[in-house]
Design a protein around this ligand. Structure first.
Ligand code: NAD
Length: 354
């Protein structure tokens, strides 16, 4: 066994109903005296409640999915004008992404308070979108110094979005199993992420007010994101990255829809990963385990439901091909990608790809 593994330096504060207490302590630990709070308008009441007593110099609510460059520029400008010395993001991956865009240029510390299962808070990956092209990169400066997880903040996430976001977390773990920097350490995180998501997501889908289920899924989304951050971006993420940036498809739902097709395509060529994923699902096969979970959750089924058209397939496949990692367990041609996208577009049984 030979590998080189980096662990990312981060403090994780986990506790339901404890966000306010954790934030107060962590802001003091950072020595911040002029804090910028980023959260969408939807979260105004929540923000007031959990940031009460903090030295807030600026509240910013312009949050847009996939962080358009002009939105990032405006946030950077107001942060500089207000001379803030730390950023707190409260929201899903789009909100965390905006905080990262500020940290990238201003070098400010970020405290992330996630309200979805996207997992961006546990990675040093930033993303910006300009003219339909999403660019991502890795920079240690954007990694939040602290994560404050409070499952109570996820109770308002509707059941369908909870399912899609939880499957986005699952995609981090599944794709990590064959990613370019896969190693036994990130595989252990990925296996645990799959196990905990398979246990928690059905509880949340059946009863979105189940706080214990929410905690399990939130914990799982963290370990899944840690696996992804370490193992790197593999075929599934490359596909969803192009679909999100070029066709403006919703992030979580796109991941939730595409995952079984990538698993059906790669699984038979990656026996070790396949076995590990199957075991984490407690199933005889990886795809069988995933499909059984998806059936329980009434998961998103087809990209066409989110506005992706069959006529988009050739251009999408051509855009994805150059980014496919050479380490993918099986070679990928443009025809393979077209077949995969055609199946995902219409919601055909993924087993037809194996
Ligand atoms: P999002 O942040 O856009 O949120 C989706 C919707 O849910 C929004 O309307 C939001 O207001 C709402 N919402 C969020 N939390 C809620 C709650 N608790 N209750 C009710 N509504 C709530 O979507 P997302 O899926 O969390 O994040 C997607 C973005 O994150 C994409 O831009 C993606 O590229 C990025 N991302 C980045 C990484 C990374 O490592 N850099 C990882 C995952 C996702």
């Amino acid at each position: 066994m030979r590998f080189v593994h980096d662990s990312l330096p981060q403090r994780v504060c986990f506790g339901s109903g404890q966000a306010r207490e954790h934030l107060a302590r962590e802001v003091a630990r950072l020595g911040a005296t002029r804090v910028m709070v980023i959260a969408s308008k939807r979260d105004t009441g929540l923000v007031t409640r959990i940031t009460d007593g903090l030295p807030v110099a600026l509240r910013h609510d312009e949050v847009v999915m996939h962080v358009p460059v002009e939105v990032a520029e405006r946030a950077r400008a107001v942060a500089a004008a207000a001379a803030v010395d730390a950023v707190i993001s409260i929201g899903g991956g789009s909100t965390t992404g905006l905080a990262k865009a500020i940290a990238m240029t201003a070098g400010l510390p970020v405290i992330a308070v996630p309200t979805t299962y996207a997992g961006s808070e546990a990675t040093a990956v930033w993303g910006l979108t300009e003219g339909g092209t999403k660019t991502t990169g890795t920079d240690p400066k954007v990694l939040p110094k602290v994560i404050v997880y409070d499952a109570e903040l996820t109770l308002s996430l509707p059941a369908d979005l909870s399912v899609a976001s939880g499957l986005n977390a699952l995609a981090h773990s599944v794709d990590a199993m064959w990613a370019p920097n896969a190693d036994p350490i990130n595989a252990a995180f990925a296996a645990e992420g799959i196990r905990a998501l398979a246990a928690g997501l059905p509880r949340v889908a059946a009863n979105p007010a189940d706080l214990g289920g929410r905690e399990e899924v939130l914990y799982a989304s963290y370990v899944s994101a840690v696996a992804f951050a370490s193992a790197g971006s593999a075929l599934h993420h490359k596909i969803c990255h192009v679909l999100g940036g070029k066709y403006n498809l919703p992030h979580a739902q796109t991941h939730a829809t595409v995952l079984p097709y990538v698993l059906a395509f790669n699984g038979p060529a990656a026996a070790g990963a396949e076995g590990r994923i199957a075991a984490s699902f407690g199933s005889g096969s990886a795809l069988g385990g995933l499909q059984q979970l998806r059936a329980t959750l009434d998961a998103p089924r087809s990209l066409a439901d989110y506005g992706f058209a069959a006529s988009d397939i050739p251009a999408a496949a051509a855009a994805i091909l150059p980014s496919v990692p050479p380490s993918n367990p099986r070679p990928v041609t443009v025809e393979d990608l077209e077949t995969l996208l055609r199946a995902a577009c219409s919601g055909t049984d993924p087993a037809t790809l194996s």
